[in-house]
Design a protein. Structure first.
Length: 297
């Protein structure tokens, strides 16, 4: 079967200090780091075994914190990008680490979801990292949380990135009715797909690929169907994909996060992101129309 696996181990630490994040400047002790490393090694063993069974996989690392500061995530990405039965490997990252190791990645399968945190890094430093990936033809999306205090920084970054690098803006949803119409207009000029994210989707009882071909794997092997539904649906290492996969209608009232709603078939988001949905790179035609809109202002 073909499946997408989100993977999150025990890591919960980061080298950045974002004020809105519970993992900011958190330091994991040696024991937790060793556990995270062992868990990832176990996961990698399991992934290697899947080739013989004919399973094709896409893997997305979404750690609590920053994974790429640790060698085991860099090595896992590199190895996965060269495996015949892997279609894609991507990671959510603040892109702060030295990127020389990416020379060993297979750019046809590896990708980055790079989040810009103004205040934690300079625009010049972040751009330099983006341009390194760009120069190596390694696919990546860039994005930021659309808090009002960051509008100017996001706008500036958009102007300086190459036109063919997609920049997404994640809607800030912690405060109700946060955006005025004027705010939304402004953000649409930066991210032509901002409306897709600012919306919450009624999902109760609706089909969703999570739990069927998309799984959220924890370091200990327990699997949840998605980022939001806390019910454990099984253990990856005991049940295998075939034992876990079942069509399950959504049990929650709404779906409000990109890594969830992209798996709702009724939204047909493949038409927007094509084969790069996991790393959130919109198709060129859509980026182009957004760019043309910006040029008018
Ligand atoms: S870079 Fe990400 S994980 Fe690290 S503190 Fe900021 S939001 Fe949290
Ligand atoms: S909350 Fe979203 S991702 Fe989770 S099952 Fe419902 S629709 Fe799918």
């Amino acid at each position: 079967m073909r499946a997408t696996l989100y993977y999150r181990g025990s890591l919960s630490s980061c080298n950045y200090d974002c004020p809105y994040c519970p993992f900011s400047k958190n330091k994991d002790n040696a024991e937790t780091l060793a556990k995270d490393r062992t868990q990832l090694a176990r996961f990698m063993d399991w992934v290697r075994e899947q080739e013989a069974g004919g399973n094709r996989l896409s893997v997305f690392f979404n750690p609590y914190g920053e994974g790429l500061v640790h060698r085991w995530y860099r090595e896992a990405m590199t190895e996965l990008s060269h495996m015949a039965h892997i279609d894609k490997v991507a990671i959510q990252t603040n892109l702060s680490v030295k990127l020389d190791w990416t020379e060993r990645l297979n750019p046809r399968k590896a990708a980055f979801w790079a989040t810009y945190h103004p205040g934690e890094t300079s625009e010049a430093a972040f751009l330099k990292q983006c341009m390194f990936l760009y120069g190596k033809n390694i696919p990546f999306s860039v994005g930021s949380v659309g808090v009002r205090s960051a509008f100017a920084a996001i706008n500036s970054l958009r102007r300086k990135l190459p036109e063919d690098v997609y920049l997404w803006v994640n809607a800030f949803k912690d405060a109700k009715n946060y955006y005025s119409e004027a705010d939304k207009e402004q953000l649409r000029l930066i991210d032509p797909h901002f409306d897709l994210n600012v919306n919450d989707y009624d999902s109760y009882g609706k089909p969703c690929e999570t739990g069927h071909s998309v799984f959220y794997v924890q370091g200990n092997g327990l699997v949840k169907r998605c980022y939001k539904d806390r019910t454990v649906i099984g253990n990856l290492y005991r049940s295998g994909l075939e034992g876990l996969a079942r069509q399950r209608p959504c049990r929650l009232a709404c779906c409000d996060c990109y890594i969830g709603y992209i798996h709702m078939p009724e939204l047909e988001l493949k038409s927007v992101y094509g084969e790069s949905m996991l790393e959130r790179i919109a198709k060129p035609a859509d980026k182009g129309s957004g760019m043309r809109q910006r040029m008018k202002i």
